[in-house]
Design a protein around this ligand. Structure first.
Ligand SMILES: O=C1O[C@H](COP(=O)(O)O)[C@@H](O)[C@H](O)[C@H]1O
Length: 257
């Protein structure tokens, strides 16, 4: 029988620095469960404010970096060492400080920066190589996708009112007119995000206070972040701080693993 998506679980912490260790424990548990099941851990990261919150993974003995396969939930179409690159940010905040094998981090192919169609196809091919031979599902099933939310409700590079919100077939799509710079980006589509085993939003600070209430209390507004509802048995989590969740009516859960 078709089951509706599980309701989101909302964890709110007194501050961003209280959130980071809990997030690291949560990721370590997700990794352990995935390694026990299939010996690898597939994870997708975002850019923006997220990578800073991953600092408690550094030096964490529970993390088996050689078992991680890392993808980017969205990426800006710029060289890999450009300050706007999500990969560049994740490298400087996290990966330069941990023993992850270089080949386990799947970046966009910088030879296609001038051709968005080729670029997004090539990234989709990287996902197919990772997932299609192992899973029979129509879309990849990530063990964990970590997302941010912009003040307009966007997540990945899926912006309010954009035609990409209706994409049902592609795994990776491109956008040439992002309202937030830089304008050219590639992004996972909703079917990919909503097939993951676990998706966790991470949002901190009072700059997120209005949008968090809009997304969690008024999902009928249809903002991109409200459309993240992983299919059963997948689970959506929100890791936020009390400044960001100050207006949210949606029930908070005590953090537990
Ligand atoms: O442009 C982007 O923005 C979102 C949200 O960023 P934040 O700084 O408000 O956390 C981010 O999740 C995405 O990866 C990035 O490309």
């Amino acid at each position: 029988m078709h089951q509706p998506p599980n309701p989101p679980v909302l964890y709110s912490f007194p501050s961003a620095s209280d959130l980071s260790p809990a997030l690291a424990q949560f990721i370590a548990k997700a990794q352990k469960e995935s390694l026990e099941k299939k010996g690898r851990f597939t994870v997708a990261l975002s850019g923006g404010s997220l990578p800073k919150q991953l600092k408690d993974l550094i030096g964490n003995a529970a993390i088996k970096w050689d078992k991680w396969q890392v993808f980017y939930a969205d990426e800006r179409v710029v060289p890999l060492d450009h300050p706007d690159s999500n990969h560049h940010l994740c490298m400087s905040e996290l990966f330069e400080h941990v023993p992850i094998p270089h080949q386990n981090i799947h970046t966009l192919d910088p030879t296609f920066l001038d051709d968005l169609e080729e670029l997004s196809d090539a990234y989709e091919q990287q996902l197919i190589r990772e997932f299609a031979q192992r899973d029979t599902a129509r879309f990849p099933i990530f063990d964990l996708i970590l997302l941010g939310i912009g003040p307009d409700g966007h997540t990945c590079s899926l912006f309010p009112g954009h035609e990409l919100l209706r994409e049902e077939d592609r795994w990776v799509a491109y956008i040439e007119n992002s309202p937030k710079p830089p304008p050219k980006r590639i992004t996972f589509t909703f079917p990919v995000v909503n097939h993951a085993a676990r998706v966790a939003f991470v949002a901190t600070g009072e700059g997120k206070v209005d949008i968090l209430s809009d997304v969690l209390d008024y999902p009928e507004k249809g903002l991109p972040s409200s459309r993240v509802r992983p299919a059963y048995p997948g689970q959506l989590y929100w890791f936020v701080d009390d400044s960001a969740s100050a207006k949210v009516q949606y029930p908070k859960s005590p953090f537990s693993l």
